[in-house]
Design a protein around this ligand. Structure first.
Ligand SMILES: NC(=O)c1ccc[n+]([C@@H]2O[C@H](COP(=O)([O-])OP(=O)(O)OC[C@H]3O[C@@H](n4cnc5c(N)ncnc54)[C@H](O)[C@@H]3O)[C@@H](O)[C@H]2O)c1
Length: 340
């Protein structure tokens, strides 16, 4: 089976590409290397004989000339929520026009698509309402878990809008042109090959900062670091996608919420404690009470539907995520410095 991975030099894309090529699929990548760190990941693809097409996903005249694939896994996006407020055109072109172009290509070649969506399709106000007090002084407990049926109406960031609209385009292409698809609506994903920054990839940033003794801040919700998110280990996602590919002909045209769920979640404060334990370093962490209008205090995925469908559930917890990422970062510290 021939597979194209868009965003194949990004964190998720590279991991999936390497994972699937070990399973003997013929994998290629499309990535314009715009993300810091993508050139490092490209070198790993090259070592594994995986070709990358250095193309802008927004240019259909280039996309349509690519070879024919059996399956396209769409992992290409400007993934930072904050960027979507500052560079609207860039985010629309990459995330929305990009997905549309991939759909046109899939339709033309009669191939299949797996689309990587995001928990950011849910409205910010609803997620804020889960937490009663804006200053979160105590560790939060996990009560609500979010599934496929949750309301998506309301402002969600322009990033979230592009992901929800892309999902809708996928469903429209399925309805009108019989394109077979799967959509994975993922919460935070983390692990090796992630080049984290403040507004995207906070787990990797936290570990890197501990390794290199760089000051961090708890931002928002009183600055106590008690906001919580689930974190899916990238290997667990790779395993799910591998099962999805194997069962694609029987199970398709479905949308799943996918995340670390109760198995793997953390507050920033707890993440600090894990980082201290693993790196044996303690760093200064400041307190900033104000946060971005796009920030959310809580997100935990309900995996029931995806678990029942594929008999899959995450195997790794937040400790495993930090440990595995730490091993990669510390072993390659010198080479990675320029990418953070
Ligand atoms: N990382 C997460 O926590 C997370 C959570 C939910 C959903 N997702 C989704 O998963 C997918 C992958 O995310 P990621 O974390 O690997 O992001 P990433 O930034 O690491 O990877 C995206 C890749 O796309 C490439 N790219 C960007 N614009 C491009 C363009 N115009 N043309 C071609 N290539 C371009 C970048 O160079 C980068 O390598 C995205 O669709 C994202 O929305 C990620």
């Amino acid at each position: 089976m021939k597979i194209l991975i868009t965003g194949g030099c990004g964190f998720v894309g590279t991991n999936i590409a390497l994972f699937l090529s070990k399973k003997k699929y013929k994998v290629q990548s499309l990535d314009n290397l715009s993300r810091k760190g993508s050139r490092y990941n490209l070198s790993l693809l090259k070592k594994n004989n995986i070709k990358n097409y250095n193309l802008d996903i927004a240019k259909y005249n280039k996309i349509k000339k690519l070879p024919k694939y059996d399956l396209i896994i769409d992992c290409c996006a400007e993934a930072a929520v904050e960027v979507s407020r500052k560079q609207i055109d860039k985010v629309i072109n990459t995330n929305l026009t990009g997905t549309l172009n991939i759909l046109k290509k899939v339709k033309k070649d009669n191939s299949k698509i797996i689309f990587l969506s995001s928990s950011r399709v849910y409205p910010i106000n609803s997620l804020n309402k889960i937490i009663k007090n804006k200053n979160i002084k105590k560790t939060l407990s996990v009560n609500k878990m979010i599934n496929e049926m949750e309301n998506t109406q309301g402002a969600k960031s322009i990033y979230g809008l592009t992901k929800l609209t892309s999902e809708m385009f996928v469903e429209e292409f399925s309805y009108a042109f019989n394109v077979k698809y799967l959509i994975n609506r993922c919460g935070v994903i983390s692990g090796p090959l992630q080049f984290g920054k403040q507004d995207q990839g906070f787990v990797s940033l936290w570990i890197w900062s501990h390794i290199n003794k760089i000051k961090l801040d708890y931002i928002g919700y009183g600055g106590y670091g008690n906001q919580i998110r689930d974190v899916l280990h990238i290997n667990d996602l790779c395993e799910l996608i591998s099962i999805q590919i194997k069962k694609f002909n029987q199970i398709n045209n479905k949308l799943f919420t996918v995340g670390g769920s109760k198995k793997s979640y953390t507050s920033l404060k707890n993440l600090t404690a894990i980082c201290e334990k693993i790196t044996k370093n303690k760093i200064k962490i400041g307190k900033k009470t104000k946060t971005s209008i796009y920030d959310i205090p809580y997100y935990i995925t309900n995996n029931n539907y995806v678990s029942k469908t594929y008999k899959w559930k995450p195997k790794k917890n937040i400790y495993n995520v930090v440990k595995d990422t730490y091993i990669w970062l510390s072993n390659n510290k010198k080479n990675l410095k320029k990418y953070f």
